[in-house]
Design a protein around this ligand. Structure first.
Ligand SMILES: Nc1ncnc2c1ncn2[C@@H]1O[C@H](COP(=O)(O)OP(=O)(O)OP(=O)(O)O)[C@@H](O)[C@H]1O
Length: 345
């Protein structure tokens, strides 16, 4: 396969297994985000892909060639890691040209390439500026250009935007994704920010405790999470216990709900229902009944917290698509069966 492939990649530190038997295929030209809570093994996996750490077991290959033991500088990588800051005493142009210079690339080509890259990151004319005079966002763009100078086969970024403020970060996510699509470069980004992963990635890889829990396109991860961990980690969700009553019926929050896709033989489980799929109605008429405990009006949307059957359920609605209810009032809750993801508990 052209692209990156990991087979059974494991990393142990003494008795502790930081990455457990990871299998992952990253086809050429795709953008993958490694996402997961702190300590789940994202950076350790990335360091092995970069050749900064050796796997305890397993094989890493790039375009069909085994690179497991190939040193970093021979892997044809571009890297933007937190630990690889720009050289503060060099200009923007010198920073970008750095890896070309140490490879002995001709001076005229270096200048041409620096200008090309500056145009690409919207900083044309900045070649002679000291990096100390740049803003955070500009520095990050220069780091990206520096990593791409050698036209690497694989582009690796570890939390590249985490130091930026929220607005700039969102803008840079779009910029980075557009740049990657224009260049068609195979890219892997580590992040703990699920919005960032959903914005940029073709495939989001959700990790927990050193294992891949799900690897799928962002919408699939959101709509069809593989398990309760993924459902809860990505966006807001309601995880509601159910007990099956046969023929697609189940007792949910003390009410019998029909039309659920419950697999044969599953007696009990959990429904993951996104807040935007929870409909609030007048009480009665077969709906689950609950009491409003909290309302958060965010302008564009309203979050209504309802206690039903001893559980808290959150509904997100557009202001004009919701009954006018306030704290303490009784409401009905309807869960659209199509929007309920049935998971094992
Ligand atoms: N050199 C090491 N020696 C021992 N344990 C390590 C080493 N490097 C990482 N670990 C452990 O491996 C686990 C995974 O660490 P890793 O840095 O890969 O997590 P992460 O998902 O990148 O977390 P974060 O988002 O906080 O950076 C952690 O429990 C960490 O303490």
């Amino acid at each position: 396969m052209s692209g990156l492939a990991l087979q059974n990649v494991t990393k142990e530190f003494g008795n502790f297994t930081a990455v457990k038997s990871v299998d992952l295929a990253v086809p050429h030209g795709t953008f993958v985000c490694l996402l997961g809570p702190s300590g789940c093994g994202k950076t350790t996996l990335m360091r092995m892909i970069a050749g900064l750490d050796l796997p305890t077991r397993g094989v890493i290959s790039l375009d069909g060639a085994d690179i497991t033991r190939v040193p970093t500088h021979k892997r044809d990588l571009g890297m933007v890691f937190q630990s690889l800051a720009l050289f503060p005493h060099l200009t923007v142009g010198e920073n970008i040209a750095y890896s070309l210079r140490i490879r002995g690339v001709a001076k005229e080509y270096q200048v041409k390439r620096v200008n090309e890259l500056l145009a690409m990151i919207h900083l044309s004319g900045y070649a002679d500026r000291p990096v100390s005079k740049l803003s955070g966002g500009q520095r990050q763009r220069v780091a990206i250009a520096r990593a791409l100078a050698i036209s690497p086969k694989l582009f690796l970024l570890d939390e590249p935007l985490s130091a930026l403020d929220a607005k700039l970060r969102e803008a840079m996510q779009v910029e980075l994704r557009q740049l990657q699509q224009r260049l068609g470069i195979t890219t892997i980004v580590v992040t703990h920010d699920q919005r960032e992963a959903m914005t940029m990635a073709d495939t989001v890889v959700v990790m927990n405790s050193g294992e891949i829990r799900q690897a799928a396109p962002p919408v699939e991860i959101y709509r069809r999470p593989a398990d309760a961990f993924v459902a809860d980690f990505i966006g807001m969700t309601n995880l509601i216990d159910f007990s099956a009553e046969g023929a697609g019926r189940a007792s949910v929050l003390g009410t019998s709900v029909e039309g659920l896709a419950i697999p044969e033989g599953l007696g009990k489980g959990v429904l993951s229902v996104r807040p935007e799929d929870v409909q609030l109605t007048a009480p009665g008429h077969g709906a689950i009944t609950g009491k409003v405990t909290f309302v958060r009006d965010l302008g564009g949307t309203i979050e209504t917290f309802v206690e039903a059957g001893g559980k808290q359920v959150v509904a997100v609605s557009m202001p004009n698509a919701r009954p006018d209810v306030s704290v303490g009032q009784e409401v009905g809750i309807r869960l659209s069966p199509d929007a309920c993801v049935v998971l094992k508990s």
